[in-house]
Design a protein around this ligand. Structure first.
Ligand code: GLU
Length: 509
């Protein structure tokens, strides 16, 4: 049999920020597609207009761009199976809903919101706490199964509001093979008669996902484990529509769990524990609430991706650092775990630190530029690169380059006088005055020459160089931090080094 071209899709609903679990779904889709020489599709599932959020689609696209996981086909660039927004595909779905009704796999339901509410009340009174429109209840409602054919035809003719519901079979076993979980079996009696087509003619997620996966020739469907309960509905629809042989292979990905392993990681856990859960900052257009993202927190996209792939997968070698290209080669679905993966923010930081070390200074400098601009600081590219090179080993986040290197760009605003004053002596004061006065004689103002002259003069004056280095550092940086102190002086240059010494000396006396 001819091998079908692999086609996968990420099918988010544009309802808000993109959770890291969503990005991991994108990643697994992407890796699988690229490895198989296939195509990766982004489809926007916006059939539930009540949940639509302005800007959410653009945000998702921007996240994928930032992560370097760009789709081959999407609503903006289009493709052979468009449109890629379900709302724009609205006219395509009704015919399939009708096909299902005609074959007896679905039915029209005319119940008004009041009738549905009344049914729920009656059921609750009988002790049924979660009443559902299901195999038992449907017999008591106003639908094409209980009404005569003539009554139904008349209602349709009159344009009476109605939905189309799936006619869930009674007590049937539905099985399918999941690439991660193996055989999964459900009994249809546990599933209610889901709405497939709404009164306004818009499909629900269940109908749209099946029709679109079919029309878009999707071969493998990766999605979060939370969709597993919907799988029997989808499997039945594939069968009822006569498309069973084209059904994609399913892979329900394990959940990403809270750090303590107790349940799914939520945005609230991030707020509570102080780490991001969304890929990028998300500002809710209605409330104006801002939720922090990995990007703005100072993660490099490669580190973010690498951290994510390890949540639920490894290649068995014990290695942890992989570039996207390596991942494309090494990824395999049969090494994805069934169980949930605990999120560990310390580990995420570790990945980021590893990547910051590996990243060249020019790229880090470019990331620092907006911070400098915001502060009104101008510096040459060479200088910014030099600074990033000096401080990057201390940084876990890109944003920390500023925190660890601010004193290269501006005079420290505070000087830790208390750490110096108690051991300060007139001799030390004299040492610095003399040493700075000698800078003019140095053949070159570099770290090696500075350190040498520093040690020589200290020895000549009988002061341990170690006792002078900490004060010198505090003069230049304001505190006991930063890279090697003579390297800092070299980067600052002669004038600035002298200015900082002269500024600090009177404070220590
Ligand atoms: N629209 C669903 C979501 O928001 C897609 C689930 C699926 O991939 O089938 O996640």
């Amino acid at each position: 049999m001819e091998q079908k071209k692999v086609r996968v899709r990420f099918a988010p609903s544009p309802t808000g920020g993109l959770h890291l679990g969503g990005v991991r779904t994108v990643l697994f889709n992407y890796l699988f597609a690229k490895q198989q020489g296939g195509e990766f599709v982004l489809r926007i599932e916006d059939t539930d207009q009540t949940r639509f959020v302005e800007g959410a689609e653009e945000y998702i696209q921007e996240c994928l761009r930032w992560c370097g996981l760009e789709p081959d086909e999407d609503p903006v660039k289009g493709g052979p199976y468009g449109p890629y927004r379900q709302s724009e595909r609205k006219p395509m779905y009704r015919q399939y809903a009708e096909q299902l009704v005609n074959a007896g796999y679905a039915y029209y339901a005319f119940d008004s919101p009041e009738e549905l509410e009344a049914m729920r009340e009656v059921e609750k009174a009988k002790g049924n706490h979660a009443p559902q429109y299901n195999q038992t209840i449907r017999a008591t409602m106003r639908n094409s199964l209980t009404l005569s054919a003539a009554e139904t035809a008349e209602l349709l003719e009159k344009g009476a509001p109605h939905v189309v519901r799936i006619n869930m079979p009674v007590n049937e076993e539905v099985s399918f093979t999941d690439m991660i979980r193996g055989t999964v079996t459900f009994n249809t009696s546990t599933v209610d008669d889901k709405v497939l087509l709404k009164a306004d003619g818009m499909p629900t997620y269940h109908l749209a996902v099946v029709v679109d996966d079919y029309l878009m020739k999707i071969t493998h469907a990766f999605r979060g484990e939370e969709w597993l309960p919907s799988a029997p509905i989808h499997v039945l629809l594939w069968k009822y529509l006569g498309w069973e042989k084209d059904m994609p292979q399913w892979a329900h990905l394990p959940l990403i769990l809270k750090p303590d392993g107790n349940g799914k990681l939520s945005k609230r856990d991030g707020d509570r524990l102080g780490f991001p859960v969304y890929a990028m900052n998300w500002k809710d257009p209605k409330t104006g609430d801002l939720t922090k993202g990995f990007r703005e927190m100072g993660f490099l996209p490669e580190a973010f991706i690498n951290m994510l792939v390890m949540l639920g997968w490894n290649d068995g070698s014990g290695e942890e650092i992989f570039s996207l290209d390596e991942l494309i080669k090494r990824f395999s679905i049969d090494r994805v775990h069934k169980g949930g993966a605990k999120f560990d923010f310390d580990k995420a930081k570790w990945f980021n630190q590893q990547y910051i070390q590996k990243t060249d200074n020019a790229r880090l400098a470019a990331l620092l530029q907006p911070v400098l601009q915001e502060k009104g600081i101008t510096a040459t590219e060479d200088f910014v690169m030099k600074v990033t090179g000096l401080v990057k080993e201390r940084c876990q986040f890109v944003n920390e380059i500023w925190d660890h290197g601010f004193f290269f760009f501006q005079k420290p605003t505070t000087i830790d006088v208390d750490s110096v004053k108690p051991k300060w002596t007139p001799e030390k004061q004299q040492f610095f005055e003399e040493w700075a006065a000698g800078f003019a004689q140095l053949p070159d103002f570099n770290a090696v020459a500075l350190e040498e002259s520093f040690k020589q003069l200290a020895t000549a004056k009988g002061i341990k160089p170690g006792e002078l280095q900490m004060p010198f550092r505090i003069m230049l940086c304001g505190g006991k931090f930063g890279p090697q102190v003579f390297v800092i002086a070299e980067a600052l240059g002669k004038e600035e080094t002298i200015a900082r010494i002269q500024h600090a000396l009177p404070l220590f006396a």
